[in-house]
Design a protein. Sequence first.
Length: 297
Amino acid sequence: MKDALSGYLLQWKLIYSKDIHKQAKSLLGNLADDIKQIRLKIDKEVKDIDSLGSVMLALEEIRKKQSNINFQFKPVSDMYALIENELEMDRDELDQRKDLQKEWDELVGKAFGVRDGLHDDQANFKKQLVENIEDLVVNVKVFREDFEKNGPMQADLSPGEALNKLKDFKEQFSVHNRKYVSYKAGELLFALPHESYPALYKTEKELEKLDKLYTLYLKVTETITRWQETPWLEITDEIQGMEEGIELFLKECLKLPGDSRQYPAYKELKQRLDDMEIVLPLVAQMGDPSIKDRHWE
């Protein structure tokens, strides 16, 4: 009885130790990975506003963690102390546990050095940011004027011409918008007043509307072209799917913004869908097995 109880207790102790070890190892790995990731961030070369912001955020993260890091380390230390004589652990894990505090202390020391080194850089980047914002204000104004005068919203453009212009102005918008996002982060970093770009926002909304129209236009054009290449003998097998496809396209067409209707692409799109809605039932009838050769005479 005594031996059986002793064996049961040893078994329970082993299971308990393994469970504690699993938790401790997971926490240790997470802490070590956090330190590694923060070190990578502060080691990043500062060459623009984005990289400066990334380093500054990492420094702030270290500052916040410093106040309670011991509360994160202690449970790990306590759990390993509880099981270190009960289980065999690999050397890498033991070294990682032993070096955890040392790695953190080295990271904090490095952070102080990085912060001091950024002192002069911050002033230069702030000056450059202000100049970049001034340039962006001017460039967005010019971009908007060009968009209104030569962009894809001109009502007399053919669908092909409008598509080319839409692609071109979407790329131009993307460049300006990336700068806006970057400079906004810089404004937050240096506590500068936020510069707004209503023309950029307005253009974004108009591009989104046009993109919906021309995406559907291309989808319908490609689909109908593919259907037109279907051999006649296969038409009867495909006709139901075609009719369902046209019905879905018409529903998408109705969901387009109201001002889409002024563009030739919309008019051509709607006409093609309406025509297909009439033609497909006729094609289905002609493909009916009851139609004989004599009916074509």
